[in-house]
Design a binder for this molecule. Structure first.
Ligand SMILES: [Zn+2]
Length: 170
């Protein structure tokens, strides 16, 4: 836990995960900024007097992003206009952190969809029961099969959210 930063009660209420963010954690930019989808490492956290931008934010999260795995930065992020992706300053609204292994969460706890990078405050899954009736000796007997599921899904892009049940527990 990051006890060095004296977040206020209001800040902690609005962003319950903000105390958990630490330098060295992996993160992803979400749909609130031009860097959305880029993954990297938190290299610095700046709060209060330490903030260096004019942004009206609580926390400056400095990210060292990595080149996209598929495709070139120039093709995928023309909006960045060739600016660097190291030392990018994001705010508490624009970053998702991989507190758990697979799925990033914003500092207020929303899941960052790994495909569309929108922020999710709900995820849905449709499960179907698989019920059979078998005629045995003149009597219809009901059995329940294993059923099926379409998986946890992003409500916006329908991509699967594979969190290993670490966040969305059953
Ligand atoms: Zn999505």
């Amino acid at each position: 836990m990051n006890v060095a930063i004296p977040f206020t009660k209001l800040e902690l209420k609005a962003y319950p995960m903000i105390q958990k963010i630490e330098v060295g954690m992996r993160g992803v930019a979400n749909d609130n900024c031009d860097y959305k989808g880029l993954i990297g490492t938190v290299s610095e956290l700046r709060y209060g007097q330490q903030k260096e931008t004019e942004n009206d934010c609580i926390l400056e999260v400095v990210m060292d992003f990595e080149e996209p795995l598929h495709g070139s930065l120039e093709d995928l992020y023309p909006v960045l206009n060739g600016t660097g992706i190291g030392g990018v300053v994001l705010d508490e609204e624009s970053v998702g952190i991989f507190f758990e292994d697979n799925v990033a969460q914003t500092l207020d706890g929303k899941i960052v969809c790994p495909t569309c990078h929108l922020l999710l405050d709900y995820v849905s899954e449709v499960q179907e029961d698989d019920i059979h009736w078998n005629l045995e000796n003149g009597v219809w007997m009901k059995t329940n099969g294993e059923g099926s599921s379409n998986g946890k899904r992003c409500p916006y892009c329908d991509a699967r959210i594979d969190d290993d049940n670490a966040i969305l527990d059953y």
